[in-house]
Design a protein around this ligand. Structure first.
Ligand code: IVH
Length: 670
């Protein structure tokens, strides 16, 4: 790049970042994800490092974004409120550790804490009373939001403990629990007020409200993470935070003292998924040198401490444009609207589609074509749209309306009372329903038939070779071999796998049939109560609902399924292949061995040979019991890679042994 081009790029980046700072800190309406923001800031940082002649004093790389607004009085921070250096990679984290070690040359203890995703606050206490609460502002001065903060229950107004410093500052994050956020947004949508994009914006917005009574109604919470005073109770960060917890502040239970960077990385890995179970959002882990004297030796840059770093989990939310909405028909006939999006990077992968769940969701979001939407990757693999940035709405854009006829077969859609989804009632002839049922039937948790992917099923269906699940058992080599991409070997594998599926246990066969609302657990319950398919076929709704766990909705669906002549015909055909339609005499199949008899086993971590679900089944088949929590009764933990930290600690405490995957396989004789 020519120097003039570099300068032009730097100017563009600075302008863009400043605009994003304003949207994030002042308007509480960001238009890009943190990840996208960090990419811009990183690019600017790199260019400034390479071309120092273009560095200026007030570049966004040198400044903390400011949340100052004119409605509040401003006060100076006694100790400036700095930012944190951040990284998304383990490699950079190890570099951080090396850098520290070079300065300190002693062993280093780190404190790991969740990085709370809210609005930062600095609380000053004088003689045990909350004196002032100030937002981060520009890092040197911030807005005085004391009256709002006084409404937050987890912030003590007075502390009566002995030995507290006469004046101290405690910093933390104001958070809105996700449950409160969802409730608040529901209310806002009903009242036709723009919903908040995420809990962080809602918390920051609430903190800047002018009426403390409304703030009080929003149930904000506060987690503290930093204690400052002329004289602190302890010479390390960890004990100071624990001390603050004793004074009545909320300190996260997830906090952990780590002896080295490997333990830090273990903590990060564990909380990456576990954080979803916390009631509030976190977006990473903050790693801090524990010893205060080591912190002093390391010092600060203009913007952040050298003794701390934030490891951020990849962006979970992004903003992009809605290009169109298509309607997909699933195996049960349920119609799901799918959003087609302008491709955007989210959690490390490019997202082009997102689920919209159902008609209500579209209405809730008030979606229009070409809207800028917030896409989030939650626990699910398919991302979802969580909000619309109404400021980008084009006045003439078309509102998204739900369809009234099946896009695949044209049949009028119906919606059962009390259900959110429309579905196509053309059970027998609607192609995606037939293909979906076949895909479900062969899936791993059902009949576990190998070698048949979605494409092969499409081919078999289009060539009229398989029109329902029982047709699979008629397939011959000479029909399979000529199919695209299938050779002798794969065809033989498919035929073998189909034949072997005949031995699938009864409850899995029931699940495989794909009866609406009959999932794995319900199938298991039914199979233990109605021991043969004939018992089940002749059971009425009343008999079915007398079973715990089976409500009227499930019962009605089962009755409807077995009232259908075509289904009965198909079952008759399946029966003739030898498939198990009875739980009788099955004890020798489901229980292969008693090597785990009387053992209560907890599974934790990731495994190489089998999935967790398969291990659950193996344990049951071998006479053992699977449990989800570690207790004094636990016989052992089947421990895989990255097993849960809390489970490990509990096991150590109770003396429960950890058994590796290979040891376990030996026990069961494999
Ligand atoms: S420590 C000098 N710890 O992250 C050390 N910050 O980008 C200052 N944050 O504005 C920060 N959780 O609002 C620290 N456990 C935690 C945190 C945390 C969230 C926020 C904080 C700060 C921002 C830094």
């Amino acid at each position: 790049m020519k120097k003039s081009e570099v300068k032009a790029r730097i100017d563009i980046l600075r302008k863009e970042i400043e605009e994003h700072n304003n949207r994030y800190f002042v308007l509480n309406q960001p238009s890009i994800s943190d990840y996208e923001y960090d990419i811009l800031l990183n690019e600017l940082n790199t260019l400034e490092k390479k071309f120092p002649e273009f560095i200026i004093e007030n570049s966004p790389t040198k400044q903390v974004g400011s949340d100052i607004t004119k409605e509040f009085k401003q006060f100076e921070h006694t100790y400036p409120m700095l930012s944190l250096g951040n990284t998304y990679s383990e490699e950079e984290l190890r570099e951080f550790d090396n850098r520290i070690y070079k300065t300190i040359s002693q062993s280093i203890e780190y404190v790991c804490e969740s990085k709370f995703d809210g609005a930062s606050i600095s609380l000053t206490y004088r003689n045990g009373s909350l004196f002032r609460a100030i937002t981060r502002g520009d890092g040197n001065k911030g807005d005085d939001v004391t009256s709002n903060v006084k409404t937050i229950k987890s912030i003590p107004l007075r502390i009566t403990c002995k030995g507290i410093p006469s004046e101290f500052v405690i910093r933390g994050e104001i958070l809105m629990p996700r449950a409160v956020f969802n409730r608040l947004n529901d209310e806002r949508i009903k009242a036709e007020i723009t919903p908040f994009a995420n809990p962080r914006n809602a918390a920051a917005g609430t903190l800047k409200l002018l009426d403390p009574r409304i703030v009080a109604s929003r149930s904000l919470d506060c987690m503290v993470y930093f204690l400052l005073a002329e004289e602190l109770p302890h010479n390390n960060h960890y004990d100071n935070l624990k001390e603050a917890a004793g004074w009545g502040f909320n300190v996260a239970e997830s906090i952990r003292l780590c002896k080295n960077i490997d333990e830090v990385i273990h903590f990060i890995t564990y909380w990456e998924s576990e954080r979803k179970n916390l009631p509030y959002d976190t977006d990473g882990v903050v790693i801090k040198v524990n010893s205060l004297s080591q912190q002093r030796d390391l010092g600060y840059t203009a913007k952040s401490p050298r003794w701390a770093i934030a490891y951020k989990y990849k962006a979970e939310e992004a903003t992009t444009r809605l290009l169109s909405v298509t309607f997909q028909v699933g195996r049960t006939g349920a119609v799901t609207p799918v959003a087609n999006l302008e491709p955007v990077l989210l959690s490390g992968s490019t997202v082009k589609r997102a689920t919209l769940h159902n008609e209500d969701q579209i209405a809730l979001l008030d979606l229009h074509l070409n809207d800028m939407v917030y896409v989030e990757k939650g626990g699910e693999i398919i991302p979802k749209i969580v909000g619309v940035d109404h400021s980008y709405r084009n006045e003439n854009s078309k509102k998204i309306v739900f369809i009234s006829n099946c896009p695949e077969c044209g049949t009028a859609l119906i919606k059962n009372e009390g259900e959110a989804n429309y579905f196509c009632p053309n059970y027998l002839h609607c192609p995606p329903q037939i293909k979906g049922r076949i895909e479900h039937f062969i899936s791993r948790k059902a009949m576990n038939i190998d070698g048949l992917g979605e494409e092969t099923i499409d081919l078999l269906f289009n060539k009229n070779l398989v029109k329902n699940i029982s047709d699979l058992y008629d397939l011959r080599m000479d029909q399979l071999v000529p199919l695209e991409r299938l050779g002798e070997k794969s065809a033989a594998h498919i035929i073998k796998s189909i034949r072997e599926s005949i031995d699938t246990p009864y409850y899995r066969v029931l699940f495989a049939l794909g009866i609406r609302h009959v999932g794995e657990t319900v199938a298991k319950t039914i199979s233990s109560r109605f021991r043969t398919i004939d018992d089940l076929i002749s059971a009425g709704a009343e008999q079915l609902t007398s079973v715990n766990e089976i409500g009227p909705k499930i019962a009605a669906s089962i009755v409807a399924y077995f009232s259908d002549e075509d289904n009965l015909e198909m079952i008759k055909k399946l029966k003739s292949t030898g498939i198990r339609f009875s739980a009788k005499d099955e004890s020798n199949i489901t229980r292969t061995d008693n090597s785990l008899y009387g053992k209560i086993i907890v599974i934790s971590g990731v495994f190489l040979e089998h999935s967790r679900d398969e291990y659950k089944e193996i344990i049951e088949r071998n006479g053992g019991k699977n449990s989800t929590s570690v207790s004094g009764n636990t016989s052992f933990i089947l421990a895989g890679e990255n097993m849960g930290q809390s489970k490990k600690e509990k096991a150590d405490e109770l003396g429960v042994p950890l058994i590796t995957e290979s040891e376990f396989l030996k026990i069961i004789g494999k």
